[in-house]
Design a protein around this ligand. Structure first.
Ligand code: FUC
Length: 826
């Protein structure tokens, strides 16, 4: 549709839609009287409930990486809220701040000048404490005053640097854009005010959401999925008696610039997020068996049918982050063409096959108790006090399910809410925060055997390299590319929000370690050569120009930057150095593997040992900053300096001194945390080879939101809560469970490195290890019974089980079985 015509239509119809929303919402709010207690559904791996969703966080998520939907299962009205991955505020935009680079030397000068003041101040503060302990109160007070003056002077320099950053260095505009909802599909069932044996469930194994209940003597069923191969949302409504299905289907949108029309028997929703921004169309058709489908006002009425099939497609004008010239109507037509003439059975079979090709790669059994047949909300409420190891396995598989549903090739990467969002102003704009959150979303991809789902992230990195080059040049006068702590659909890469946490340079470098890890897990040299290395190399190139010598220590340091999101703008936060060191190391290795760029690799190898090292501080902690100023009482949710332990491996158990210091730091940070922070801590305790502690954190994570103050938890639909809902915690937990069972970051495949006592019996199939190996294991009494390894490539591999080690000469594609002593068996 031509934009002008579209706007005329929007103006004419906006009022009608407004009424529709109010009407439909009022109907949905009415809930039917339910009786009876339905048994568990016939799906062993499912989330299920005996009542419809009252809130969005109770609805069940489905998706195909482009369209995401939340199914409420309501009665007498179904509500399906849906999203499309490219419906965002804003439009193509460069966020650079022209002239920013001029502020850089001054910010550095101020921060460097503050360093000796801070060091001296910290020293004097220590001396004051000693004097006080020795009873020399007057001297202690004097020393304390000197300390305070010095620290104040250092603080003033930091403030000046931050102010300069705010004025001269930040993104234009200061904030990035937000992910948006798209529309709502309502199905009203007149007269269904009383029902019995109601149940609804989400089958993780098929990706199918089902609602089932009886009204009088008729059993009604709704089945719904979003198909990746057929690019549409499909729903089938059935009555088990002929002609008993009667309903009214509507489409609405919370965007005020939207309108619904009936065109050739289809319901068509046209909308625009803003002028010159993203425009979208959603087109819904229904076909009934028996009975009839007819347009009725702005709705479709299905009368006296036995079953009906609904297909909904969505399209937008988004072509790529620099181009909004597509036609939403054409996109819809194209998507609809994919399933034209196909039966429900055909589209469903294609969907299930596509889903299971990914989902069934991994199975996990941690034991089953009677609790497993209870409704999911009940299982969650009873988890801490009961015995339900199956819920841990369900949460693990749910993480895998969610990644499949929200991140597929050709789509946008999983954002802070995956692909699900019902708010025009979502928390943190539901964008891509990459000082932990976006990375955590992809932690399970490799170990939990869903590397295909990381494709959107890898594509986004290719685009961020383009936008990030401009930022490197304009803000730092540097080669290569840089990404700060957030990006959006438009690939904004400049520092946003505030200089005290927005000026953080390691977002791109951290994400590059995902590219390297993909190579390590797959052994795919072609991927390394074509997609990974070019992006990694340019990310490293930025740091070649950017790193600066610290006048005090002569180390190469990062800065101005921060340790996310605390301590303000500083020189030399440890996390940056850990990431940069790892990126340089990966580039050096990649250049060897690919036989390219020896001079560049030599340059990195020369710089790498000069980067500020990891340091152990006065409390036995791993220092978060260059100065020994960590507060052991600090329980901040970010554990950034522990990046070196997980997801990095700059520090491993092979380096006892630093490993112990890192562990001590985690103990100081404590066990309580927000959702994603708990997800991180599960992985960290797994890397610290402490399965019981990892499980303790998991138990905190697997509790209803609000059960413990100031902590995350899970909503009834098992979405993780920061709070509010943020999907990273789901993925962090999923990756953490895999990390407890198998590790491979030290050059060895390490079986059951952090198995908690409570998981004494179990089995897992299909986990992946670096070295491109698929691993199955089963264990009993906490001991490995057998393992099956299937390598993609040939070559020697090192194995570890506790203190026992072995070497295995892998032959590509040939599976071997090992016993509990790591001996090959038949
Ligand atoms: C980071 C975190 C917050 C939140 C936000 C989306 O800024 O510090 O806790 O998760 O991302």
């Amino acid at each position: 549709m031509r934009p002008k015509l579209f706007w005329i239509m929007v103006v004419c119809l906006a009022g009608v839609v407004g009424t529709d929303v109010a009407l439909a919402e009022a109907r949905a709010a009415k809930s039917a009287e339910l009786t009876g207690a339905a048994p568990a559904p016939p799906a062993p791996l499912c989330l299920w409930y005996r009542q419809p969703a009252g809130k969005w966080e109770e609805a069940l998520p489905v998706g195909n990486g482009r369209v995401g939907a939340m199914v409420y299962g309501g009665l007498p009205a179904e509500h399906i809220q849906f999203n499309e991955h490219t419906v965002w505020t804003g439009q193509p935009h460069s966020y650079v701040h022209q002239g920013a680079a001029e502020a850089l030397p001054e910010m550095r000068r101020l921060l460097f000048e503050g360093r000796p003041l801070e060091s001296e101040g910290l020293q004097k503060r220590k001396e004051a404490a000693q004097l006080r302990a020795a009873g020399k109160t007057e001297e202690a007070n004097a020393k304390q005053k000197e300390a305070q003056d010095l620290l104040k002077a250092a603080g003033a320099k930091q403030k000046q640097a931050q102010d300069l950053g705010m004025n001269k260095f930040m993104s234009v505009p200061l904030h990035q854009m937000a992910y948006q909802p798209c529309g709502d599909l309502w199905i009203e069932f007149p007269g269904q005010d009383k029902a019995s044996d109601y149940r609804r469930w989400l089958d993780l194994d098929t990706g199918l959401a089902t609602v089932e209940y009886r009204c009088g003597d008729v059993t009604f069923r709704r089945e719904l999925f979003v198909s990746y191969p057929d690019r549409a949302l499909f729903a089938r409504l059935t009555a088990d008696q002929p002609g008993k299905l009667n309903c009214v289907v509507r489409l609405t949108s919370t965007h005020k610039n939207s309108a619904v029309t009936v065109q050739n028997g289809a319901l068509v929703l046209d909308g625009a997020v803003q002028e010159r921004g993203v425009r979208f169309q959603s087109r819904m058709v229904a076909a009934a068996q028996d009975g009839s489908v007819a347009a009725d006002g702005g709705a479709l009425r299905i009368t006296n049918a036995t079953s009906a099939i609904i297909r909904l497609v969505v399209g937008t004008n988004f072509k790529n982050f620099r181009d909004l010239s597509a036609d939403p109507a054409e996109r819809c037509a194209d998507n609809a063409k994919q399933s034209r003439g196909k039966s429900w059975e055909q589209v469903m079979a294609a969907h299930v096959a596509d889903h299971q090709a990914l989902f069934r790669r991994v199975s996990l059994d941690l034991g089953r108790s009677a609790a497993a047949s209870n409704p999911t909300d009940q299982r969650l409420a009873q988890f801490r006090t009961g015995n339900d190891p199956g819920l841990v396995a369900l949460v693990f598989q749910y993480g895998r399910y969610l990644l499949i549903a929200c991140s597929r090739q050709g789509g946008q990467p999983a954002n802070l809410q995956g692909i699900w969002n019902n708010s025009l102003q979502p928390p943190w704009d539901s964008k891509y925060t990459c000082n932990i959150n976006t990375e955590m979303n992809y932690w399970p991809a490799e170990p939990a055997n869903l590397a295909d789902c990381a494709e959107p992230l890898f594509d986004a990195l290719g685009e961020l390299m383009i936008s990030g080059r401009e930022v490197a040049q304009v803000h730092y006068n540097a080669q290569g590319w840089v990404l700060h702590h957030n990006f959006d659909l438009w690939r904004g890469a400049a520092p946003i929000n505030a200089s005290d946490h927005g000026i953080w340079v390691s977002g791109g470098a951290w994400l590059c370690t995902h590219l390297w890890d993909h190579y390590l897990f797959s052994g795919d040299k072609d991927f390394l050569a074509r997609r990974a290395y070019p992006v990694m190399k340019e990310a490293a190139l930025f740091f070649v120009d950017y790193l600066v010598e610290d006048p005090q220590t002569k180390w190469l340091v990062s800065g101005p930057s921060n340790s996310p999101e605390e301590g303000g703008l500083v020189m030399g936060p440890s996390m940056d150095h850990e990431i940069i060191r790892s990126l340089f190391g990966a580039c050096i290795e990649a250049s060897k593997v690919l036989g390219v760029d020896p001079d560049f690799a030599a340059r990195l190898a020369e710089m790498r040992p000069r980067i500020a090292p990891n340091q152990v501080g006065q409390y036995g902690q791993l220092q978060e900053w260059l100065e020994d100023k960590d507060d052991p009482k600090n329980t901040h949710r970010h554990v950034s300096h522990l990046w070196a332990v997980y997801p990095g491996w700059d520090i491993t158990w092979q380096d006892k001194k630093l490993f112990d210091a890192a562990r001590q730091s985690l103990i100081y940070r404590g066990d309580a945390a927000t959702g994603w922070s708990m997800g991180w801590k599960v992985n960290l305790w797994a890397r610290f080879l402490d399965g019981d502690h990892a499980l303790l954190i998991l138990r905190n994570l697997l509790q209803p939101v609000g059960a413990v103050r100031d902590q995350g938890g899970l909503y009834p639909n098992l979405f993780d809560a920061h709070p509010p809902f943020q999907i990273d915690g789901n993925f962090g937990a999923c990756a953490g469970i895999a990390e407890m069972l198998l590790q491979s970051h030290t050059g060895e495949i390490h079986f059951l490195p952090a198995l908690p006592k409570a998981w004494s019996v179990g089995s897992v199939k299909g986990l992946r290890a670096r070295g491109a190996v698929t691993v199955d294991m089963d264990w009993k009494d906490g001991q490995l019974i057998s393992a099956r390894l299937t390598p993609r490539n040939s070559g020697p591999l090192r194995l570890r089980l506790g203190d026992r080690t072995a070497t295995w000469d892998a032959k590509a594609g040939q599976t071997v079985r090992l016993d509990g002593q790591l001996q090959v068996i038949l």
